[in-house]
Write a protein that binds this ligand. Structure first.
Ligand code: SF4
Ligand code: SF4
Length: 356
């Protein structure tokens, strides 16, 4: 995915696609579900996945609603893989069973993400550690794909401390952990209060793993401090959201823009919409769009981007040990020796070989 993202700027890096709008839960902060809609017909979903493959999409993420309510989700995952994409799902986890997990293994699922809002269910959300813990154990036991547990912070969450407990449990089970920031109906965030902010920092302190975009995400830190980000949102180009009606939107929170049917979406649409300035960008919380933008930054100015990422991480944690993957990139792009400069230049040339 990284190599393809570097090699060309004319294809989508990530597309979120909705196979069903219905959800089996009803989180009070959510504007992305209904209670009655039927699954999108499997044949139609396969056509949409094929189209994303034609556009050269690197990552296809099935979201919803609740994607596991789609009876043929594993068929859709398999199709995404055969079209050369990394296949991921975002689920509330309620319908996971050992048998369903094995079906995902067989289909070639790459990543699964569950967002957990609290330890005990309350009137806001039933996405709760107590309810889901058995499912997490099944995932630890059976999943051959990567699992990420996203613990959520934001004004609707009653007990911010729960997020730390959830992150700790996910690390204990061998999963990745991320922190999600709850956004309002336009993808924007209310600033975190002191307690929420300290929980956010403690969760970051748990991270010691590899080169993780989620934990190197400078965007998120600015937003938690109510500081705007200066960036270009690549939605409509490098990042797409495909609704249940097969229309392309910028993201789940900016539906209606551009609202063009996927079957008619082409290279010119990608270039035009991706280049547009989005007024919602300064306080946007859509982390997939941030991460896609980071990849493009790395593509166009690798030295500056990598130096910034490493410096920010070390500033936050002076004892941070640079992971091997980052060390390799540093060696290529940052260290000052002739041999390395030549190697870095060659790597850049290869990465940009198919630039269009
Ligand atoms: S589980 Fe997800 S899609 Fe369903 S209501 Fe909650 S946040 Fe929305
Ligand atoms: S900045 Fe981009 S990803 Fe964020 S809300 Fe706006 S259109 Fe969506």
């Amino acid at each position: 995915m990284f190599a393809r993202a570097m090699a060309s700027a004319s294809h989508p890096v990530t597309a979120q696609i909705v196979p069903i709008r219905r959800c089996n839960l009803a989180c009070t902060y959510c504007n992305e579900y209904d209670k009655e809609s039927a699954p999108v017909a499997t044949g139609e979903m396969l056509r949409r996945i094929d189209k994303l493959g034609e556009l050269g999409t690197s990552i296809i993420t099935f979201s919803g609603g609740e994607p596991t309510l789609h009876p043929d989700l594993d068929v859709l995952i398999r199709r995404a893989r055969t079209r050369g994409a990394i296949a991921t799902i975002i689920t509330n986890g309620y319908l996971l069973t050992p048998e369903r997990i094995r079906r995902f293994n067989a289909a070639g699922l790459d990543y699964l993400q569950i967002s957990i809002d609290n330890v005990e269910p309350d009137e806001v959300s039933k996405k709760s550690l107590k309810v889901l813990d058995r499912k997490l154990e099944w995932l630890a036991e059976h999943a051959e794909f990567e699992v990420t547990i996203n613990s959520v912070l934001g004004s609707e969450i009653r007990r911010p401390e729960d997020a730390y407990e959830i992150a700790t449990r996910s690390r204990q089970l061998g999963f990745h952990s991320t922190v999600g920031l709850l956004h309002d109906g336009s993808g924007q965030l209310k600033p975190l209060d002191r307690l929420q902010f300290s929980v956010y920092d403690r969760i970051f302190g748990l991270e010691s793993g590899l080169f993780s975009f989620a934990h190197l995400d400078a965007f998120q830190r600015n937003i938690t401090r109510a500081q705007p980000n200066r960036w270009h949102c690549p939605a409509g180009g490098r990042f797409l959201y495909i609704c249940e009606d097969g229309l392309v939107h910028y993201c789940s929170q900016q539906r209606g823009h551009p609202g063009i049917p996927l079957e008619r979406y082409g290279v010119e649409d990608l270039a035009r919409e991706g280049a547009k300035t989005k007024g919602c960008a300064p306080f946007c919380t859509i982390s997939c769009a941030h991460q896609t933008a980071m990849l493009d930054d790395f593509r166009t100015k690798p030295r500056e981007t990598l130096a910034g990422i490493v410096a920010r991480r070390k500033q936050r944690d002076p004892n941070w040990r640079t992971p091997a993957a980052v060390r390799a990139l540093e060696w290529m792009f940052l260290r000052d020796s002739r041999a390395r400069r030549v190697f870095g230049a060659m790597a850049l040339k290869v990465l940009r070989a198919k630039r269009s």
